[in-house]
Design a binder for this molecule. Structure first.
Ligand code: SF4
Length: 241
């Protein structure tokens, strides 16, 4: 894997080198609708645990009417996974089955993702799985910029709270939002990209793999690389020779 550094930091939204308390404070401000990050964040105490804040974000998502997608949803799909998950898999938006169940990646492409996660040795309930948008776009069209702008703070807050060692971006949309707006998934996939201390590993969206099963080998290889990277990053500095 090649480590590269790219521009457009995630920390443009989430400032670097903050304490856990700072991060929880920002997440709390976000979910209580004070969406601008203010210096007051750094001085007011946060009593909720990261898990409680993650649940509160999910509740906020289920109530959200910030963009027109809320009117067409059966269920919002906040995402799922525990605080401290070693990896977060991030796609673009829920599809039909996800909308019906209120859970991420449970349709055909989701089953492929979940099966591959199990095959490489993770349990589904130990990883975080989510999307940029939390409500289904009509006819599964691509997310609009305005929808992403309305919704992305939920994902940023989730990533702050989950604090995964590796973020696997699935397809162009999450790669462009979280890493670099110009990056193409065909060029970026399988590369370890470090940005502001966050390790990313982009790969294909599983729906692209379903459309072209020749991509499955690389998809599996990328997920296995993400697992290896997460294990390496879990070791204390100097361990492992
Ligand atoms: S897509 Fe996001 S911003 Fe739009 S209504 Fe759903 S939760 Fe709110």
């Amino acid at each position: 894997m090649t480590a590269v550094t790219t521009a457009r930091p995630l920390q443009a939204v989430l400032p670097a080198r903050m304490s856990c308390e700072d991060l929880m404070c920002i997440a709390l401000r976000i979910i209580t609708s004070q969406r601008a990050i203010s210096p007051r964040c750094y001085t007011s105490p946060v009593r909720e645990s990261p898990s409680q804040l993650l649940s509160a974000i999910a509740e906020e998502v289920r109530r959200c009417t910030a963009c027109p997608l809320h009117s067409g949803r059966t269920h919002a799909v906040p995402g799922e996974g525990p605080v401290g998950a070693p990896v977060a898999f991030i796609g673009e938006a829920p599809g039909g089955e996800e909308d019906l169940q209120g859970r991420p990646f449970v349709g055909r492409s989701g089953q492929l993702l979940r099966r591959t996660i199990r095959e490489i040795g993770w349990r589904e309930d130990e990883v975080f799985i989510g999307n940029i948008l939390k409500c289904r776009p009509p006819d599964n069209r691509n997310p609009l910029e305005s929808e992403v702008a309305s919704c992305r703070h939920y994902l940023f807050a989730q990533l702050v709270l989950v604090h995964p060692r590796v973020v696997v971006t699935l397809g162009n949309h999450s790669t462009n939002l979280l890493i670099d707006p110009k990056l193409k998934i065909t060029q970026a996939r399988g590369r370890h990209i470090i940005k502001d201390g966050v390790s990313f590993l982009p790969t294909f969206h599983p729906s692209a793999v379903l459309r072209d099963m020749k991509l499955l080998t690389e998809f599996r290889r990328d997920l296995a690389a993400a697992r290896q990277l997460a294990q390496e990053l879990a070791q204390p500095p100097g361990a492992g020779g």
